[in-house]
Design a protein around this ligand. Structure first.
Ligand code: FAD
Ligand code: NAD
Length: 476
């Protein structure tokens, strides 16, 4: 009976649950390696958080709002005069963003077709370790058989236990990407990546923005000098910061949102606004997967537990991206997708997690790779540091982007680059030079002796390397 059933059931070498950057890249790599591959996505568009409600839409709004701010505040400096009022059309800005998202998610569908990957729309859940049920939106179900499965179900916004997200005025990153009006006063809980990127968007569009952060600095996991400089610049942009504040209640009264927090002294501080963005991190998403049926274990924070090969406790089931430990970044998920596909194909790939860069797409952009000064100190590693300010670059003066610096940390004895931390124009792209250098275990002197085109922002990397090598930066 079961044999007969198997004949009509779709059987795959690999099934991937979730089509975010982890899942779809894993699918492409599996297909490239000759495996019969299926991808299951519960939503009607592919691309996951990143393409639909994350990286891509947030960057589209960052770019649009940056143009608006330039038109309002900076064109005049360049001798560009716009007669009449410069007006914001928020509806058009949001719809352009959606257009970018739609184009990008369709691109993933194209890639799936090109690589002959079967796409199943529906909620994937384990029946056992080799069978996945797909529950479609019309209520119908289908089962596929998979020799190997990759769980790539990503993450969802975290919240605080006392907060009721009404998704209208008390919102997460998903809703803030499609507001119908510019808030008068947006209170942001969390001075991490989402709070700062999306806070900057709405600040540029005219909102008052207050960031309430629990720690004593913003972007607390990055190098402290970056936190300091970014806060300095964003304060100049009139974003308000309330550090060392523990939020204890968030309440909506009509169109008002009231946030109460205790400051460092234990005093209760009340913030009143019309929107509250809750941006206190994200948590692994495993709901509906029925992991118990396959026997897959979770670790304490609800993430899927994996070994160094990203294999769960069930040998033919792997997990990648936001649903497992590590940085919640699209490019980390992509590397893991490739790694698992190659492991299943019998190869021996490797990821150096120390060399996964982190970027905050505010302006100035913040980017880093390797160890922070705090981490080196804690590990007792002796290091030297070289910094170079962006304002000393001809390129920065030409564009008017003079905020920020590049800092290179190198081993005191060997001169090997251990960490690169930068804030300034186009640092999101500049960080790739540091990743390449560190991948090849470059010394600061190696970078310092490489020719960097003039005039470019990249010259700050060479100058910081010169400063780290022998305190001999040329242009300061
Ligand atoms: P996801 O992208 O979350 O995809 C998981 C997919 O699985 C989803 O489509 C989900 O619907 C699907 N799924 C879940 N359960 C099931 C199921 N049972 N059956 C079928 N499908 C299922 N990272 C960066 O590197 N750079 C950025 O600039 C950046 N910006 C961001 C901005 C915002 C506002 C947010 C929220 C995140 C941002 N991130 C950024 C983080 C990035 O989006 C994530 O790290 C990345 O999307 C993780 O990829 P993933 O493949 O692990 O999971
Ligand atoms: P995050 O971890 O970057 O920041 C959360 C912040 O909230 C932290 O600074 C934390 O100290 C603070 N916080 C936590 N609890 C608090 C409380 N009770 N009161 C006040 N502050 C509190 O998380 P996020 O900004 O929500 O982003 C989620 C994930 O999405 C991140 O892991 C990030 O990697 C990813 N992401 C990446 C990018 C990018 O790469 N550019 C952009 C957006 C999101």
């Amino acid at each position: 009976m079961f044999k007969k059933f198997r004949k009509i059931m779709n059987t795959y070498d690999v099934a991937i649950i979730g089509s975010g950057p982890g899942g779809y890249v894993a699918a492409i790599r599996c297909a490239q390696l000759g495996m019969k591959t299926a991808i299951i996505e519960k939503y009607s568009t592919l691309g996951g958080t990143c393409l639909n409600v994350g990286c891509i839409p947030s960057k589209a709004l960052l770019d649009s709002s940056h143009h608006y701010e330039d038109a309002l505040k900076h064109f005049e400096d360049h001798g560009i005069e716009i007669p009449g009022e410069i007006r914001l059309n928020l509806e058009k800005m949001i719809s352009r963003k959606q257009g970018v998202v739609d184009m990008t998610t369709k691109g993933i569908q194209f890639l799936m077709d090109k690589n002959k990957i079967d796409v199943f729309e529906g909620l994937g859940s384990f029946k056992d370790a080799t069978h996945i049920n797909i529950k479609k939106n019309d209520g119908k179900s289908e089962t596929i058989e998979a020799k190997n499965t990759i769980i790539a179900t990503g993450s969802k916004p975290s919240t605080l236990p006392f907060i009721t997200l009404d998704k209208e005025r008390i919102i997460t990153s998903t809703e803030v990407l499609k507001l119908k009006e510019v808030p008068k006063h947006m209170i942001i809980i969390g001075g991490g990546v989402i709070g700062l990127e999306l806070g900057q968007v709405y600040k540029r569009l005219g909102a008052e923005v207050t960031v309430v952060e629990f720690m004593d600095r913003i972007i607390p996991t990055m190098d402290a000098d970056l936190s300091k400089e970014l806060m300095k610049v964003m304060k100049k942009q009139k974003v308000k910061f309330e550090l060392s504040h523990k939020v204890k209640s968030v309440e909506r009264k009509g169109n008002e949102v009231i946030v109460k927090a205790d400051n460092k002294k234990g005093e209760e501080i009340t913030f009143t606004g019309d929107y509250c963005l809750v941006a206190v991190g994200r948590s692994a998403y495993t709901q509906g997967l029925n992991l118990e049926a396959a026997g897959v274990q979770l670790e304490e924070r609800g993430r899927v537990a994996v070994n160094a090969h990203l294999q769960t406790n069930v040998t033919n089931i792997y997990a990648i991206g936001d649903v497992i430990k590590g940085a919640m970044l699209a490019h980390k998920a992509e590397e893991e997708g490739t790694l698992v596909a190659e492991i299943i194909a019998g190869q021996k790939p490797h990821i150096d997690y120390n060399l996964i860069p982190g970027v905050v797409y505010t302006w100035p952009e913040v980017a880093a790779v390797g160890k922070t000064e705090e981490e080196l100190k804690a590990a007792g590693i002796e290091y030297k540091s070289g910094s170079f300010p962006m304002r000393a670059l001809g390129r920065s003066r030409a564009s008017g982007d003079t905020d920020g610096f590049v800092k290179i940390l190198a081993d005191k004895k060997t001169d090997e680059v251990l960490g690169v931390h930068m804030i300034g124009a186009r640092c999101a792209d500049l960080i790739s030079e540091a990743v390449t250098a560190m991948e090849f275990r470059a010394s600061a002197e190696d970078i310092a002796r490489m020719s960097h085109a003039h005039p470019t922002y990249a010259e700050a990397v060479k100058e910081a390397a010169l400063a780290a090598t022998a305190n001999r930066a040329l242009h300061v």
